[in-house]
Design a protein around this ligand. Structure first.
Ligand code: RFL
Ligand code: PHB
Length: 390
C-alpha cells in the first residue's frame, strides 16, 4: 500500500489528524491494534477545551458535540464542607469548556472516517517502522495472517503510551521525564444524574474526589486511592460511601447513587518524551506525554499536538513550506510543558500525599486558601483550565 501519511494508532489523536488531513486532500492510512468496539469501550476523558472543539468542527465532525455536549463556564472546588465556584468565562473573555466524553469524540471521528471512505485498518499486529531518517519511510505489519507494507512520506506515532512508535526512536536520541504520584484514581461510571450542574473537585482529609459527568443521565466520579488498592477492594456501596465522606454535606445529601457500569483504577503520572520528532516520524498525544488527570489536560494536549502537526503537514503539501514540521517538536513541547505544570499544580494542591510532613500539609492548605481568596490566582487557574492559546 502507498499513502502520504501513515498514522499508527486509531485513538482520538490518530483519527482527528486523519480526518483533518482528508478534508484538505491529504491521504492517510490509520493502523489500529485493537477492534473498534475495544477502542470505544475505553472510558477516559470528559472535558474538552474550546480549541479542541474548534478542531472537531474544522474536521467536519462537530455536529453531535455541538448538539449534545454541555458548555461549562465554571466548576467548583470543595473543601472544609463548602463549595467555591471557579469562574472560567469572566477571566478568559468568555471562554469555556465542553463536557463531552472521549468515547463520543472517538465515535464521531470513526463515523466521519467511514463517511469519507477513510482507511482505518483494525486488528493489526507486529507493527514496525522502517527507514525513518530517509524521505521514503515504510511501515510493516500483519493483518489476518498476511504480511503487509505501507510506503509513505511521513509516519505519525499516535499509538498511545504503550505504542511502538516512541520505542522506534533510538534511546540516545530520546530524553524522558517522569513523575509518578503515590496514588491512583478509582473511577466509576453510573446511569445517574450528575451531583451538581458543574464539576466538583473536592479536597478533603480523606483524599481527593471528583464529581464529573457525561450527560444529564450519565455521571463519572473519581476518588483518590492508594496504589495498592484494586477494583475488587471496592464494592459499589463502599465507593459511594467513601465518595460522600469527601464531599460537602449539601452535595452528599442529594447525591443520587446507582449501580456502577464501569469501574477502573488509573495510576497518576506525568511523563514527557523529547523530542517529538525523529527524522520523518512525528509523535503525538499519549505516545509522547501523559498527564495526571486532575487538570483534564491529557486529551486536550493530544489535540494541541494534532493542531501543530496538521498545520505543518498542510504547509508542506499545499505550500511546499516545511517550517511548521521543522518547529513541530519545539512548539508542541512548549505547550505540553505548560500543561504538565498545571496538572502537577492541580494534583499537588488537591490530593493528600501519604508522605507529607506537617509542614508540607500546611503548605498545601495555604496554596488552596490563597487560590480561593485571590481573584488573580483564580484567573490564572481559569486561563489554564480552558486551555492556553495554540
Ligand atoms: P490513545 O487513546 O491511547 O490511543 C492510542 C491508540 O493506539 C493504539 N495502539 C496501536 N495501534 C497500532 N499499533 C500499535 N503498536 C499500537 N499500540 C497502541 C491503541 O490501541 C489506541 O487505540 O492515545 P491518543 O489518541 O493520543 O489519545 C490520548 C487520550 O486517550 C488520553 O490523553 C486521555 O484519555 C488521558 N486520560 C484522561 N485525560 C483526560 O483529559 N481526562 C481523563 O479523565 C482521563 N482519564 C486517561 C484517563 C488515560 C487513561 N489511560 C491511558 C490508561 C484514564 C485512563 C485509564
Ligand atoms: C472526567 O469526566 O472523566 C474528568 C473530568 C475532569 C478531569 C478528569 C476527568 O479533570
Amino acid at each position: 500500500m502507498k499513502t502520504q501519511v501513515a498514522i499508527i494508532g486509531g485513538g482520538p489523536s490518530g483519527l482527528l489528524l486523519s480526518q483533518l488531513l482528508h478534508v484538505r486532500g491529504i491521504d492517510t492510512i490509520v493502523l489500529e491494534k485493537h477492534t473498534r468496539d475495544y477502542v470505544l469501550g475505553r472510558i477516559r476523558a470528559g472535558v474538552l477545551e474550546h480549541g479542541f472543539a474548534n478542531l472537531m468542527r474544522e474536521a467536519q465532525c462537530g455536529d453531535r458535540m455541538d448538539a449534545e455536549g454541555e458548555i461549562h463556564e465554571g466548576f467548583f472546588i470543595a473543601r472544609d464542607n463548602r463549595k467555591h465556584r471557579i469562574d472560567l468565562s469572566g477571566p478568559t473573555n468568555g471562554n469555556s469548556v465542553v463536557v463531552y466524553g472521549q468515547t463520543e469524540v472517538t465515535r464521531d471521528l470513526y463515523e466521519a472516517r467511514d463517511k469519507m471512505n477513510g482507511i482505518v485498518l483494525h486488528d493489526v499486529q507486529t507493527v514496525e517502522l522502517h527507514d525513518l531518517t530517509t524521505t521514503t519511510p515504510h511501515v510493516t505489519f500483519r493483518q489476518n495472517g498476511e504480511n503487509l507494507r505501507i510506503d509513505c512520506d511521513f509516519v505519525v506515532g499516535a499509538d498511545g503510551f504503550h505504542g511502538v512508535s516512541r520505542k522506534s526512536i533510538p534511546e540516545d536520541v530520546l530524553t524522558e521525564y517522569e513523575k509518578v504520584f503515590p496514588f491512583g484514581w478509582l473511577g466509576v461510571l453510573s446511569h445517574t444524574k450528575p451531583a451538581s450542574p458543574e464539576l466538583i473537585y473536592a479536597s478533603s482529609d480523606r483524599g481527593f474526589a471528583l464529581c464529573s459527568m457525561r450527560s444529564q443521565i450519565l455521571s463519572r466520579f473519581y476518588i483518590q486511592v492508594p496504589l495498592t488498592d484494586s477494583v475488587d477492594d471496592w464494592s459499589d456501596k463502599a465507593f459511594w460511601s467513601e465518595l460522600k465522606r469527601r464531599l460537602p454535606d449539601e452535595v452528599s445529601e442529594t447525591l443520587v447513587t446507582g449501580a456502577s457500569i464501569e469501574k477502573s483504577i488509573a495510576p497518576l503520572r506525568g511523563y514527557v518524551a523529547e523530542p517529538m520528532r525523529y527524522g520523518n516520524l512525528f509523535l503525538a498525544g499519549d505516545a509522547a506525554h501523559i498527564f495526571p488527570p486532575t487538570g483534564a489536560r491529557g486529551l486536550n494536549s493530544a489535540a494541541s499536538d494534532i493542531h501543530y502537526l496538521y498545520q505543518g503537514l498542510v504547509d508542506h503539501y499545499l505550500s511546499g513550506d516545511d517550517g511548521g514540521l521543522e518547529t513541530y517538536s519545539e512548539r508542541a513541547l512548549a505547550r505540553v510543558w505548560k500543561a504538565q505544570r498545571f496538572s502537577w499544580m492541580m494534583t499537588s494542591m488537591l490530593h493528600s500525599f501519604p508522605d507529607d510532613t506537617p509542614y508540607d500539609r500546611r503548605l498545601r492548605e495555604v496554596e488552596l486558601d490563597y487560590l480561593l481568596s485571590s481573584a488573580n490566582a483564580r484567573a490564572a487557574l481559569a486561563e489554564n483550565y480552558v486551555g492556553l492559546p495554540y
